[in-house]
Design a protein around this ligand. Structure first.
Ligand code: TYC
Length: 108
């Protein structure tokens, strides 16, 4: 019997190595970063943070003011697909309400 990729001398030389085990990796994390602008209302940003990111009102106001003052800020960290979906939800809500609110997704 051939184990761990060894071959017996004198055989065909075909290596019957077991396939490497596929190790499970932790999902990679991505930051959703909210960008400031001069036109989106503070009230709308707070609503978006509550609806899309499940923030409570106190945290939503704090995050909104931080983005307003610093220009951008992390809202949350998620696996890639969830981060992309939340960014799309922000952009769809902004478009529907005629605000230019934007967010970006970057690797954490
Ligand atoms: N700067 C906006 C205002 O003064 C408020 C705002 C905050 C907009 C955060 C976008 O991501 C944002 N109305």
């Amino acid at each position: 019997m051939l184990i761990n990729g060894t071959t017996m001398p004198g055989n065909s030389g075909i290596e019957l190595r077991e396939k490497k085990r596929h190790k499970l990796k932790e999902p990679e994390e991505y930051r959703v970063i909210l960008l400031n602008d001069d036109y989106t209302t503070m009230e709308f940003v707070v609503e978006v943070l509550i609806i899309v990111f499940h923030k409570n009102e106190e945290d939503a106001v704090r995050i909104m003011l931080d983005v307003h003052q610093k220009g951008k800020g992390t809202v949350g960290v998620y696996p890639f697909d969830i981060a992309q979906t939340k960014a799309s939800q922000v952009h769809n809500l902004a478009r529907q309400n005629k605000f230019p609110l934007k967010c970006i997704v970057e690797k954490a």
